[in-house]
Design a protein. Structure first.
Length: 257
């Protein structure tokens, strides 16, 4: 495997310049986690008090869900806290979860950055793309199509293709357990927001319990997607020229549409 070239930052920075960049704070990472959850709680409260702000609450909650995922990324690098035990506990328990699996995957990306073995290559290879393709990608992200493809389509295909006689319950149970943080957030949000549908505010605004219940779920399915892939690689760009005659671009095995 072709390992990506390494550059020692100490050859580019003086020791006094590099030291503050490499220093890990014992409180900033934890404070950022608390801030993300605090903003989510305030967004939920806003939706309870003023149901007409639910679309805004969805965007805010989704943005902070992305923030928690970014903090989990920092924990994968051991940058969230000087103590590795605290770093790993907070990075796994208080963010989006799955830290150990993500660390293995992500450090592989850094080891083989932009090489054939890079697990993130499929994300950057189709770029540059046309403005029309970019618009299609953003629409898919904001309408939840990207989220469904990444998080749920495999489960749907697994259920549809299960052999005759195979029980459905173990499959569903395993899927719920794997997505337990998503469902926990959804249940908590429903518990906090649904009662307002039966109060004066909910009746005045015409919101039903179903409409009020889940700003967590659409927030997760829409807001994080576009900024997540935009920040994935600095090599991404948009070109005014159309793709090649085959309609394909880059080294990826997927079309640019």
């Amino acid at each position: 495997m072709a390992v990506a070239a390494r550059v020692d930052p100490k050859t580019l920075f003086a020791p006094d310049e590099w030291a503050p960049l490499a220093r890990r704070s014992s409180w900033k990472g934890l404070a950022l986690i608390a801030h993300a959850w605090g903003v989510i709680a305030l967004a939920v409260a806003m939706a309870v008090v003023w149901p007409l702000t639910i679309p805004l609450a969805i965007a805010i909650i989704g943005a902070r869900q992305l923030g928690l995922a970014i903090l989990m990324h920092d924990a994968a690098h051991g940058a969230l806290h000087p103590s590795l035990a605290v770093n790993d506990w907070a990075g796994d328990r208080l963010t989006t979860g799955g830290l150990q699996a993500y660390r293995t995957y992500h450090l592989g990306h850094h080891k083989y950055a932009q090489q054939a073995e890079d697990p993130d290559l499929v994300l950057s290879a189709p770029f540059p793309i046309t403005p029309m393709s970019l618009r299609r990608k953003i629409i898919r992200d904001l309408t939840g199509q990207t989220y469904y493809k990444l998080r749920w389509s495999t489960l749907v295909k697994r259920i549809a293709s299960r052999p005759a006689g195979e029980p459905l319950w173990p499959i569903l149970k395993g899927a719920v357990w794997q997505r337990r943080r998503f469902f926990t957030g959804m249940v908590v949000t429903v518990a906090l927001t649904a009662p307002s549908a039966f109060g004066g505010c909910g009746r005045r605004c015409g919101w039903s319990r179903r409409q009020l219940g889940c700003p967590w779920s659409p927030g997760c399915a829409t807001s994080p997607s576009t900024p997540a892939w935009v920040r994935t690689s600095p090599t991404r760009s948009v070109t005014p020229a159309p793709p090649g005659p085959t309609g394909w671009s880059g080294r990826s095995s997927r079309p640019t549409t």
